[in-house]
Design a protein around this ligand. Sequence first.
Ligand code: PLP
Length: 370
Amino acid sequence: MYYFDHSATTPLLPEVSELMDHINKDVYGNPSSIYSIGRESRSIIENARKQIARSISARPEQIFFTSGGTEANNHVFWSLINNSQNHIVSNVIEHPAVTKVLEFLNPLGLEHELVGVNEDGIVSVDDINKAIKPGTSLISLMLANNEIGTLQPVQESVEIAKERDILVHTDAVQCMGKIEIDVSTLRVDFLSLSAHKFYGPKGVGVLYVREPKKLSPLIIGGGQEKNLRAGTENISAIAGMGLAAETSANSLDKKVVALIEFEEQFKSGLNKVFKKAIFNGNQSKKLPGLINVSFPGNRSDIIMTKLDRASIAVSNGSACGSGDIKPSPILSAIGLDDSMNLSTIRFSFGASNTPQQIDYLLTELKSILI
Ligand code: PLP
């Protein structure tokens, strides 16, 4: 498989896989048990907590393990359900793990406003500022978008939020290993991560919480995760995530250079193969290695099917249900009409790629595009 869909998920790093196999085979103590094999499990979890904290410049006690990015986001919003300040400001290009949760919580008393986005795919701080009203308790703004990769003005939003005592959450699920994540500079109150986007296992993630006393529990039961997220911990997944986070944050510069080289090779090749290609979203303020391209006159589902026959994996943002292909709301939000929207493919490069693979992708695209 020639895999160019690293924004959807990533393969496990071999060393992560090895570590998880070892833990699954040999470490079975309940981390809440006080005898030695329980303590062994506990120390594995606490080591992972430190690794993750270091990778985002947080303190270990600010790291809470979840089942992934979706749960981390849910936790922040559900936590506000009984708040007297019941208004949230977010935006239209968030992942459904934000927008759908906000929609669901509306009839339960949590109001929200989704601000728009410009044609470049960047939310305006001014619009966020205007959407704030007396009951606003939270701004939720993703660090980078998952379809077009555009970086959002999170730090600037924190500036205006702090003046008014408003909390800030950022969904940074797409960012680990692609840009530096430093919560001490970002100064956000909550930040979501998901291990399977940075060569760790699926079904495990992190919610960073600046001041844990400001969060209510989402899953209630035993006292794990300081009573904020009950349930016996998935030790091997947490350990795998810890190692994957450490590896992602190490030598980040080198990884970014490789991603940019892939991106430049692909873009310059594509400009020769298909001159009408349109690169969506701001091309300088975005994640390295994530490229969203419209191919006017070609349908994305047909391109994807033909690429799949050549063992190439890419994705489009369109939801496909009961045979209907629906345009991506994110591409609509940046102004693409339905026909252009349905001609768009996301390419996301990663550690498993080589320059030869990108040449192969370009050759196949040349034979497919009309
Ligand atoms: N947020 C963003 C921006 C994402 O891209 C994704 C996954 O694609 C999620 C949240 C959900 O993360 P998870 O798959 O870990 O639940």
